[in-house]
Design a protein around this ligand. Structure first.
Ligand code: PLP
Length: 356
């Protein structure tokens, strides 16, 4: 007695904490960050702006200025409710906690974002994964069968998917929305790179659709800001689970300021999409490397020996993400974040040697 092992829930003890690889001195292409820092003049102006924020006061939980900046930047219609999170990771957790009735199941497609399964465990919710097809499309018959059998309270769909990078067929996602008895959350963390592919226009047309987005992949990962957009009845319940001051005043002020100058972030996003095409062309010229289609700011590849290639890249100063061993469909797969043109060139050179 008196020890953590005697009292902490089994499903928590069975987890491994979210792993963040040390990256000091490495070209960091493992976490889908935007590689561009703020231009010095914008950074300075931001600093002056943040100096005016009243840090002695609690945040306004309604965050009206931030919400309208997000509406403007992401084209969210005025009639649609918004719930803010400390990153979209927090929103996953809020939703799971709200829906974790005894016996409730979360369904996710696999391979997908590891935090879905993790949020089920922390919320004390059951979890079931349905495998994608080998080309990472939704296996609709298997998914509908699982929905019918398990009656999931919550189904997660990442669109585009992480770590595979592809967009699912729209009609497959709509079929899941129709068939699911519970909530379906479409997680659009990579919407900015997907040439406009989105389910935002479907919000409000389905009583069980909530959309989740984040500013992390736009270049603001350090601010920790995500949002859910969906029907008021769902958001009102989630709002009770959300901690009252979950988005701090500095993050809210910085995001409002930077979204107000969103031409800058949009130009960076457009450059990343262009550079993705260059990176893809470079990968295609390397014998022995298979590349999967991407609508995100990363590219999934399969190499002859994933763990060895991961180590060889690291020895050349480049950190990527190795997915070998995480799911059978990801055997010998590495996920490469699109970096600056210079970083991508270094990556291609190292990958050519590593795959040879
Ligand atoms: C990166 C990522 C997130 C997490 O975003 P944060 O807002 O930084 O917490 C959510 N979903 C998917 C699919 C992601 O890849």
């Amino acid at each position: 007695m008196k020890r953590a092992a005697d009292w902490v829930r089994e499903e928590i003890r069975a987890l491994t904490a979210y792993h963040v690889a040390p990256a000091a001195g490495l070209v960091k292409l493992d976490a889908m960050e935007n590689p561009y820092p703020l231009p010095p003049d914008v950074a300075e102006e931001l600093g002056r702006h943040l100096a005016t924020v009243a840090v002695n006061r609690y945040p306004d939980p309604g965050a009206p200025a931030l919400k309208s900046a997000l509406r403007e930047a992401m084209g969210i219609p005025a009639g649609r409710g918004i719930l803010l999170g400390n990153g979209s990771d927090e929103i996953l957790q809020v939703i799971a906690v709200a829906l974790a009735r005894p016996g409730a199941t979360m369904l996710a497609l696999e391979p997908s974002f590891a935090m879905y399964r993790m949020s089920a465990a922390t919320a004390g919710m059951g979890y079931a994964g349905v495998s994608l097809s080998p080309d990472f499309a939704i296996d609709l018959p298997a998914t509908l069968e699982a929905i019918g059998r398990l009656r999931p309270a919550l189904t997660w769909i990442a669109y585009p998917n992480n770590p595979t990078g592809n967009l699912f067929r729209r009609e497959d996602v709509l079929a899941i929305l129709e068939a699911a008895p519970g909530l379906v959350v479409v997680d659009e963390a990579y919407y900015a790179f997907s040439s406009g592919a989105t389910f935002l226009g479907e919000v409000g047309r389905h009583p069980n659709l909530v959309l989740v987005r984040t500013v992390s992949k736009l270049g603001l990962a350090g601010l920790r800001l995500g949002l859910a957009v969906g029907p008021e009845d769902w958001l009102a319940e989630f709002d009770k689970v959300r901690l009252p001051y979950n988005v701090n005043v500095l993050s809210a002020a910085a995001a409002t300021f930077l979204l107000g100058r969103r031409g800058l972030l949009e130009a960076q996003t457009a450059a990343i999409v262009k550079d993705r095409a260059c990176l893809e062309a470079g990968i295609d010229a390397i014998a022995g490397v298979r590349r999967f289609p991407s609508a995100a700011n990363f590219v999934l590849v399969r190499v002859p020996d994933g763990p060895a290639a991961f180590e060889a890249l690291k020895a050349r100063g480049i950190l990527v993400r190795n997915f070998h061993g995480s799911h059978p469909l990801l055997a010998h797969c590495l996920r490469l974040t699109v970096g600056t043109p210079d970083e991508n060139a270094r990556l291609l050179e190292a990958l050519t040697r590593a795959a040879g």
